[in-house]
Design a protein around this ligand. Sequence first.
Ligand code: 5GP
Ligand code: ZN
Length: 117
Amino acid sequence: MAGEPQDDCLFCKIAAGHIPATIIRETDTTVAFQDINPQAPTHILVIPRLHHRDAASLAAAAPAVAADVLREAGEVAVQEKLESYRIVFNTGSGAGQTVWHAHAHVLGGRGLQWPPG
Ligand code: 5GP
Ligand code: ZN
């Protein structure tokens, strides 16, 4: 059921501490950790503890938690001293989503082109 922890979800397991990750920050509702395959000098993922398949689904079901994710993405940028950075929510396989638990990528520490590829 949406919102409930999923036994087969990698990010639910990281949120529960059942799979190790390099945790950057934690709140009651979110966890921020280093991406295992960084695409920039700083590449941190911010996830809600609630399981929803993507950011829009999270925002529809639990808008306060979606706001927490966004605020934590900003806090990560402050903590990592990023002057410029990008927050990305890949949504759907055609956009590169591979993990079906909502997550924000926080990318920085190098020049970021716009528009992205
Ligand atoms: P997506 O492609 O769904 O937008 O992002 C999923 C991200 O999760 C990818 O950037 C990928 O490198 C990262 N990732 C996949 N498996 C793991 C893992 O086991 N640990 C961590 N820390 N990141 C992971
Ligand atoms: Zn999950």
